[in-house]
Design a protein around this ligand. Structure first.
Ligand code: SF4
Ligand code: FES
Length: 213
């Protein structure tokens, strides 16, 4: 199919403001938005975007597609092109645009560091994990830190959703010294927490579910 593509461009060295550039690409419905971006890049090698695994594992290709934050490598053309064959691609919202579709992810990593995102092993734990506990943490543990949720709902000044998922996963781990005390480390007002719980499975490309706490 023939696709009309609008990509948000911005080069801080030459542009005062972001603008849209149009591309025309030939693509099959079973291909992905990442394939489309690669085709646009062949037409203009100056186009910048991140990608690595092409398998929804590394989290680096997160962008805004037709107004919704998603992984480019996981989004099929036939799911989003509709009848008019148009796609608009922008950088993730709430992150500073560095160049074209590449954003500054420091706020995500700063929020992550604030929740102490590693296991602090208890000296008196034998390291064995109960299968039931392990299953309960499975969904939270499947987060790939793509930043899609941080771009979907914002917690100004507080723990961002991606960091919250990591902290919550560790808060449920019986091997961890901090364990439930981690919940106090994370600043998430109850109304924002409700939003995380309700909306996360819909926006998250890995379908992470936040349990009621
Ligand atoms: S919870 Fe989902 S959307 Fe958020 S960073 Fe992790 S994988 Fe991405
Ligand atoms: S390229 Fe790795 S998640 Fe899309």
């Amino acid at each position: 199919m023939s696709l009309s593509l609008k990509i948000c461009r911005f080069d801080p060295e030459v542009d005062r403001e972001p603008y849209f550039q149009e591309f025309r690409v030939e693509i099959a419905g079973h291909q992905t938005v990442l394939d489309v971006l690669l085709e646009a890049w062949r037409q203009d090698p100056g186009l910048s975007f991140r990608r690595s695994c092409r398998s929804a594992i590394c989290g680096s290709c997160a962008v805004t597609i037709n107004g919704t934050p998603r992984l480019a490598c996981q989004t099929l053309i036939r799911e989003i092109a509709g009848n008019n064959g148009r796609i608009t691609i922008q950088p993730l919202a709430y992150f500073r645009q560095l160049k074209d579709l590449v954003v500054d992810l420091e706020p995500l990593f700063d929020s992550l560091k604030a929740v102490v995102p590693w296991l602090i092993t208890r000296w008196d734990h034998d390291g064995c994990m109960d299968p039931g506990v392990s299953r309960r943490m499975e969904s939270l543990a499947s987060c790939i830190l793509c930043g899609v949720c941080d771009a979907a709902f914002y917690n100004p000044g507080g723990t961002k959703p991606a960091a919250f998922v990591k902290g919550l996963r560790l808060a449920q781990d019986p091997r961890d010294v901090l364990n439930a005390a981690r919940l106090r480390l994370m600043q998430v007002p109850p109304e924002i927490l409700k939003l995380f719980v309700k909306k996360m499975p819909k926006v998250c490309p890995k379908k992470v579910k936040i349990p009621e706490i």
